[in-house]
Design a protein around this ligand. Sequence first.
Ligand SMILES: Cc1cc2nc3c(=O)[nH]c(=O)nc-3n(C[C@H](O)[C@H](O)[C@H](O)COP(=O)(O)OP(=O)(O)OC[C@H]3O[C@@H](n4cnc5c(N)ncnc54)[C@H](O)[C@@H]3O)c2cc1C
Length: 400
Amino acid sequence: MIKIKNKEDCCGCSACANACPAKSIVMKRDDEGFLYPSIDLSLCKRCGLCEKVCPVLNQADEKAVMQKLYIVQNKDDIIRKESTSGGAFTPIAEYVIAAGGAVFGAAFEDDDHFRVIHQYVETSRELWKFRGSKYLQSEIGNTYSQTKNFLDSGRLVCYSGTPCQIAGLKAFLRKDYENLMTVDVVCRAVPSPLVFEKYLEVQKRTLGDNIKKIRFRDKYYGYSYSTMSIYAKPESKQKDYHRGIESDLWLRAFFSGIIIRPSCVSCIFRKSFQSSDFTIWDCFNVRKYAPEFDDNQGTTRLLIKTSKGIAVFEEIKKSFRWKEIGIESVSDTGKERAYSEATTFHRDEFFLDLNSQDPEKVFHKYFPYTWKVRFLHNTRYWSYRLGIYPVLKKMWNVMK
Ligand SMILES: Cc1cc2nc3c(=O)[nH]c(=O)nc-3n(C[C@H](O)[C@H](O)[C@H](O)COP(=O)(O)OP(=O)(O)OC[C@H]3O[C@@H](n4cnc5c(N)ncnc54)[C@H](O)[C@@H]3O)c2cc1C
C-alpha cells in the first residue's frame, strides 16, 4: 500500500487513485493546496496495485531511439494568439479528433470556476479549452481510467500534460498502446492551486467578480512580454487587467519558486528523453534559427521522438510555418528541461502566513511593490506603448 513519507516523493499524478480496484484511495489537498493520496484502510484489500502504478516508485528505463526538433508557428493567427507559444498542440489534437479520437488536456473547470482540471473533448470546436498554459497544477481526476477505456475499445487517444502526468498515465496503463499519442510540455514546475484561489480572491477585491477568462501568459503586449491577463465579462463594467511578469503577484510568486509543488524541486521526470511522442516548449530565441519567423507572436519548439510522432507531423505540418533545427540546439534555451526549480528559503513561512492571514497582506509582504518593481513595470509598459519593447528586449538579451 502506498505511503508518502516525503512530499517530494509524490508528484500528485493520481495513478494510484485511478488504479485502486477497491476505490480506497482519494486525492486530498494538503494545507499548501496540493493533492496527495489518502487511503481508507477499511476498504483497502492490500493488493499492492497502487505501488505498481506509481511512476515515482517505478521509473521507466527510457532511451531516445530517434529525435527530430522543429520550430513551428500555427498558420491560423487566432489559434496561435490563444496558445502560449506557437500553437503546436492544436493541430496534433485536430488530427486525433479527425480520426474519431478523444483528446485529453488541462482546462478550466467551466466559465465561472477557475480550477484547472484534466478533461477530454471529442470535437475540434472545443479544443480552445486546452490552448494556453495554465500555470497551476491541474487535477487528473479519473482521466487515466477514461483513457484506458477508450484505448481498450480501440479508439485513438491523445493525452497531454506535464512530464509527471504523462509518466503517471504510462505507469497506470502498464503496457504500450499503438492507439495512444502523448504530448508533454516542458515544465518549470507546477504552482499551488490554493495560492491561486487566494490570488483570485485578492484580484476580485479591485477588479470585481465578473471574470470571463484568465490567461497566464497572454500575448497582450506580445510574446516576449509574459503577461497575466484577467478579462472581464463584456456586460459588466469591470476593467480588464494586464500585468507583466515583473509586477503581477501570481507570476512573481510562481517564478520566485516559493509556491511550487515540493516534488518539482528535484523533479525526476525532467529527463532529456521523455517517453512521450511530442514535447513542446517555448522558443524565445527564434531569431537565431529563422529571423523571418521573429514576429513576437510566439514560436513552439516541437521535439518528436517516435515514428508515430513523425508520421503525424507529416500529416499536420501544412498547418504550420515550420523549420527543422539541429537536435543539438535542444538545450539552447529552456534550461527547465534539464534543471529543477530551486525552492526558496521563506516557503514554509509563506504558507503559514497564507493560511492564517489576509491573503492581500501576505502577497504584499513577500512580493512588495518596490521602486525596482515600479521602475521595471513602467519601463516595460511605456516601451510597449511607444512600440520599442521588442527592440529593447532583444538588446537586453544580447547584453545578458
Ligand atoms: C505548468 C507549466 C509550466 C511550463 N513551464 C515551461 C518552461 O519552464 N519553459 C518552457 O519553455 N515551456 C514551459 N511550458 C510550456 C509552454 O508554456 C507552452 O505550453 C508550450 O510552449 C506549448 O505551447 P503551444 O503554444 O505550442 O501550445 P498550447 O496550445 O498553448 O498548449 C497547451 C498545452 O498545454 C497543456 N496544459 C496547459 N496547462 C496545463 C497544466 N496546468 N498542466 C498540464 N498541461 C497543461 C494543454 O493540455 C495543452 O496540451 C510550461 C507549461 C505548463 C503548463
